[in-house]
Design a protein around this ligand. Structure first.
Ligand code: ZN
Length: 331
């Protein structure tokens, strides 16, 4: 026989901790001037949390590894250097008949099997880089650390956790390193004579949406963004149930919620996609985040530049509205 005691569920404490200690660096101003003053400080804080300040840019080295004619576009396999001795493999889709210089969209993938996964029609990405290329956008689809050709083949190293834990131990984050890599992907796009560097966007689903969020917040070279199946809140996702370890960046939710990070994209065009049947990144949380972001865009007088696309679907990319969004803002 024993007496029951309450207070054993640590999740209750975590909930209270979130209520009391989260979002300490969020925008709390009331005027556009307040936002202008907050923005550089918040961006510097975000970069500090991502842990890539010690990295130095290597001279860009882009190599072509192969090319196929896919009808309306060239499908090129490339690799580019991001750090000394490190190269990232990627697919580059170059429309053949688009007027040049053309707009471009960077397409970071989510969890799964890397850049090949994104190119499959029946998968959650629905092959969106292909449709972007058919619509006249150059598309670049790189492999992240831990995926595709960069996945560690050894059994004990599969997934993100080894790279995440190792980089955490060294004071950084695998998300930060992935962002560094896709910043170099922007360098690649800017280096292409076919691409108009003033019209580069970014679009991704899930981890790809997360990377689009961080990249667009940190790097203003992204002129329009589409975040699918991610932008909700840490409270409603990573702090509510276990997700992949790579998204747990030391101190991030203490300083910023999803909506706070997205605030750093303002006033650049931002499309948020949420499938009404997505079981993890809920429509209700996407609506709450959108309401906060919309109030900032309104404050800046750019309400038309942010849009929430709720569609009937699961954890997947909604190709048609993303295409329309980039055609509106980058064409
Ligand atoms: Zn992960």
């Amino acid at each position: 026989m024993s007496i029951e005691i309450s207070g054993l569920d640590f999740r209750n404490y975590l909930h209270a901790l979130y209520q009391n200690r989260s979002r300490q660096a969020r925008f709390q101003g009331r005027t556009p001037e307040d936002f202008t003053a907050w923005e550089p400080e918040a961006r510097a804080r975000l970069l500090d949390l991502l842990g890539t300040a010690h990295l130095e840019i290597s001279p860009l080295d882009v190599r072509t590894l192969g090319e196929e004619d896919r009808g309306s576009y060239l499908f090129r396999k490339i690799a580019y250097r991001t750090l000394p001795g490190l190269y990232v493999p990627a697919y580059l889709l170059l429309p053949k008949n688009a007027s040049r210089p053309m707009p471009a969209v960077l397409c970071p993938h989510g969890h799964g099997w890397g850049k090949d996964h994104v190119m499959l029609e029946e998968e959650c990405y629905h092959r969106y880089p292909h449709y972007l290329a058919e619509a006249g956008f150059c598309a670049l689809v790189p492999d992240h650390i831990s995926f595709g050709e960069r996945a560690n083949p050894d059994e004990g190293y599969r997934g993100c956790s080894f790279e995440h834990e190792a980089l955490s131990l060294l004071g950084s984050s695998v998300i930060g390193y992935r962002m560094w890599d896709i910043q170099r992907a922007l360098d690649v796009l800017e280096s292409l004579p076919e691409v108009d560097k003033s019209r580069i966007g970014c679009a991704g689903l899930s981890l790809g949406g997360e990377m689009t969020l961080y990249l667009s917040a940190c790097d203003t070279r992204v002129k329009a963004a589409c975040i699918a199946g991610f932008l909700t809140s840490f409270k409603g996702t990573f702090l509510k149930e276990p997700h992949c370890t790579c998204g747990y960046i030391h101190g991030m939710a203490r300083d910023f919620e999803h909506a706070d990070i997205a605030s750093l994209i303002a006033p650049r065009p931002l499309l948020i996609q949420s499938g009404s049947l997505d079981p993890s990144f809920l429509e209700s949380d996407a609506r709450k985040a959108y309401a906060e972001i919309l109030s900032l865009y309104r404050l800046l007088g750019k309400e038309e530049r942010v849009c929430l696309d709720i569609f009937e679907g699961g954890h997947e990319f909604h190709v048609s509205t993303a295409l329309a969004w980039f055609q509106k803002w980058l064409s």
